[in-house]
Structures are given as structure tokens and as C-alpha cells.
Design a protein. Structure first.
Length: 439
């Protein structure tokens, strides 16, 4: 039986989709692209903004329109935030929350048994369909090591839809086994991610056998992954600025496989706005953390997220954010227009910013990003960089083999050069400045 998946939202969602795919394949399902015909469509939804909600609904309706007789399944954060009203979505046949993802294959198999009346008929229906879902070659594996958030930023629903503020960490021995499995499949880079990665090991509910020791569980986990044979790179998901301290970095930088790429969530460059957001740091503290990273690592890539148009954000406050970004000059950043979420404190705040103002402020910052990105990439112009090649892409009528270096700058090498050098997708090579372009 054919099943298709679509993932919206964060890296954790993408990881969880991969785990669902593995479970369905193990039960004999044929996984196809979302644009192909299938008997089941699973949309792993997001609810971080109103736009994310709308996109989730659009994809559910798109699947229904494409295949009126297919089983349309919604899972994840949008299902959680919608609550009982999810039943009003006529495009959906079944809806499951985040905690049902791990057992979704079994849940759907039970549903199919009801629909097809017997397991035998279900299995026969699968056998009659072509097997088209061989594993695609992957170079990078995302591993969710932590779930839940208890920060309760005033604009965010995630703590409510991801465990109601509960923090859960994956035992390190389980992470190590998963890393080994991905390495055996050919992955060269491991990305450790979580809803609030900085809280790894700080659990409100301990998994069986997982005992927190030493006060630095995330560091200990990185050491453990660093020691796995075959791992060539380790990359970290988003970190809270407060985890960055000089002693922590002194230990972190001893992991020779760690990529010098750090995503620190800023959200605003104005202290007054940060306070209303219930972010637990000031711009001065954030500036200090970036300085520590740049002291500990040579030319690290520091990236971030920024929300514009948060309730009460005046022109003066926005100007402070703009000036702060100019000062720090991130390697890359994502700009989001504030989106009101019912049930959050920010939704009830006075002085909501108009959509037109939010759009203008967003566009003003978006115009600056190319210069900041190019400036960071140019700092590596004369260096020999190591590229993990992934796929062929076309640019200006030419074919390039493309991939990322340790600092997550994307490069391309012309196909003619690839033939001469023998570069292959899925492997890491040192590439000179003469043979590459920034993609």
C-alpha cells in the first residue's frame, strides 16, 4: 500500500517524519512522494504561526482534492493547537497528536484492518502495488535528542502542544545506537536537534535508566557522538544564548568533529521587546555570548531568528533591532512577522502592530540579509574548505555538484571539474577556491 508524507515546520518535525517513514516501511508500506498517487497521505503539521496553521490546512485540502478516496491523516502541532475543532476539518479522516507519532504505523494499520475487514486483505493490497520506496542516499541525519519546552515565551504555543511544558531527553546510549545506524547507511553528518536542545538532560520526566550526572549532559552527549567511528561532522540545532559560557565552550571546542555553526535564537535586538517576549536574556548578554563563540572558534557561523512587529514594538524599538543586527552581522538569519496565537499572553497585549507595518519592517531587514550572508562567505574566499557534496543543481545553464562546508555555506563545483577530480555525492572533500563558487 502506498503512503506519502509531507512535513511542515521545524527540524524536529522532519526527524519525526523520518522515524514514521521507517516504521511504515518496516510494515511493508511503499513510501512515495507527496505529489504521487497514494492510498494514504500523512501531513506532519506545524502551528508556530497563523501562517503555519493555514499552510497545514492548505496541504490537507490539497491531498483531499488530489485523491478524494485516500485516507488523509493530520499529525502534530496543528492538531494539538486545534483541539476539538480539528474534527471540523472536512479534509481530514484521522488526526493524531505529537505523542501518537511514534505509534502511528500501528494505529493506521488497525484503522486499515477495520476498513479492509481483515489483515490478510490489507497485506494482499500492499503486495499488488509496486515497491518503489528504496532508501534515498542521505548525507546528513537529524536526530531528535530532546522534546518539550518550559520557557513559555509570551508569543509561543509550542510549550502547550509539545508536552505542556514537560522536558524529555533521549538516553545517550539510545542516541549513540541511532547514530551508528545512520552512519552504517552512509550518513557523514549528524545534526543533534530538539525543541529546546539546551535543556537536554534537564528532564521533568526521566526516561528509564537515564540518570543525569555532571551538570553538562549535552556536552557529554556530543563527546559520545564524536567518538562514534564514521561520524565526520556534528552539527547542533538551535541553542539558547544562556548555554554559551566560557567553560562550556572550552570543553565544546575539543570535539574535533563539531561544525563551527551555531544558531542562537535572538528574536529581538531591543531589551524592552525581549522583556515583553519573556525571553530570558538582554541584548548585552546576547552580544557577550556571540563574542565568546567568536573567541573560541575561528570564524564561526552564527545564525539567528528575528520577529518583527511584536505587540508594542515602536519605530524606536525596531530601529534598535535593526542596529543590533548591523552590529552583529550574522552569517544568516530568518525574519518572521509576528503572528498572533490565541492562548498566548502576547495575543492579549495592547498596541498590536498593523500588518502593513510588520510587512514593511520585515522587508527592510530582508533587504540587508544578502549583504550579511555574502560578507560572511567572502571571509572564507581564499581558504580551502571541506564540502559535503549532496546533489546536482543547475545555475546559469550549467550543472554543479553542490554541498555545504562546516559553516553551512553552500558551494557548487562545475560538472567538468567533478569529472576530473572524481568528487562524489555523499562524501567530503577539500576544495580549493579556484574550483568552487558560492551557490
Amino acid at each position: 500500500m502506498r503512503i506519502a508524507f509531507l512535513t511542515l515546520g521545524c527540524k524536529v518535525n522532519y526527524y519525526e517524519t523520518e522515524k514514521m517513514i521507517e516504521a511504515f516501511r518496516a510494515r511493508g508500506f511503499s513510501v512515495v512522494d507527496f505529489d504521487e498517487e497514494a492510498e494514504i497521505y500523512v501531513i506532519n503539521t506545524c502551528t508556530v504561526t497563523n501562517i503555519a496553521d493555514r499552510k497545514s490546512r492548505q496541504m490537507l485540502h490539497r491531498a483531499r482534492k488530489k485523491s478524494p478516496h485516500a485516507l488523509i491523516v493530520a499529525v502534530g502541532c496543528y492538531v494539538e493547537s486545534a483541539g476539538d475543532t480539528i474534527g471540523e476539518e472536512k479534509a481530514i479522516d484521522l488526526a493524531f497528536g505529537n505523542r501518537d507519532k511514534a505509534g502511528l504505523a500501528e494505529l493506521l494499520e488497525e484503522e486499515l484492518e477495520k476498513r479492509y475487514r481483515s489483515r490478510e486483505k490489507t497485506r494482499e493490497s500492499r503486495k499488488s502495488l509496486p515497491e518503489s520506496d528504496t532508501h534515498h542516499r542521505r548525507t546528513r541525519a537529524f536526530i531528535k535528542v530532546q522534546d518539550g519546552c518550559n520557557q513559555f515565551c509570551s508569543y509561543c504555543l509550542i510549550p502547550y502542544v509539545r508536552g505542556r511544558g514537560e522536558l524529555i531527553s533521549t538516553p545517550p546510549e539510545e542516541v549513540e545506537q541511532e547514530v551508528k545506524r545512520y552512519v552504517a547507511e552512509g550518513c557523514r553528518e549528524i545534526v543533534l536537534t530538539g525543541i529546546h536542545l539546551s535543556s537536554y538532560g534537564v528532564s521533568t520526566r526521566r526516561a528509564d535508566g537515564f540518570v543525569i550526572e555532571g551538570g553538562k549532559p549535552l556536552l557529554d552527549l556530543i563527546y559520545r557522538v564524536n567518538a562514534v567511528p564514521g561520524v565526520e561532522r556534528i552539527r547542533l540545532g538551535s541553542l539558547e544564548p544562556r548555554i554559551i559560557t566560557e567553560p562550556w565552550l572550552d570543553e565544546l571546542k575539543t570535539n574535533e568533529k563539531l561544525c563551527p555553526h551555531f544558531h542562537l535564537s535572538l528574536q529581538s535586538g531591543c531589551d524592552e521587546t525581549l522583556a515583553r517576549m519573556n525571553r530570558h536574556y538582554t541584548t548585552e548578554e546576547f552580544r557577550d555570548r556571540v563574542g565568546l563563540l567568536r573567541k573560541a572558534f575561528r570564524n564561526p557561523a552564527v545564525t539567528t531568528d528575528v520577529i518583527v512587529g511584536f505587540p508594542g514594538e515602536t519605530e524606536e524599538e525596531f530601529a534598535k533591532t535593526r542596529d543590533f543586527l548591523e552590529e552583529i552581522r550574522f552569517a544568516d538569519l530568518h525574519i518572521f512577522q509576528y503572528s498572533m496565537r490565541d492562548g498566548t499572553r502576547a495575543a492579549a497585549m495592547p498596541d498590536q502592530v498593523s500588518p502593513a507595518v510588520k510587512k514593511r519592517r520585515s522587508e527592510e531587514l530582508l533587504e540587508r540579509i544578502p549583504e550579511w550572508k555574502d560578507g560572511f562567505a567572502q571571509q572564507q574566499e581564499e581558504e580551502e574548505v571541506r564540502i559535503l557534496f549532496e546533489e546536482y543543481l543547475e545555475k546559469d545553464g550549467k550543472q554543479f555538484l553542490t554541498g555545504y562546508n562546516e559553516r553551512y555555506v553552500r558551494y557548487g563545483v562545475e560538472a567538468d571539474t567533478v569529472q576530473k577530480t572524481g568528487y562524489e555525492p555523499g562524501k567530503i572533500y577539500p576544495v580549493s577556491a579556484d574550483d568552487r563558487i558560492i551557490f
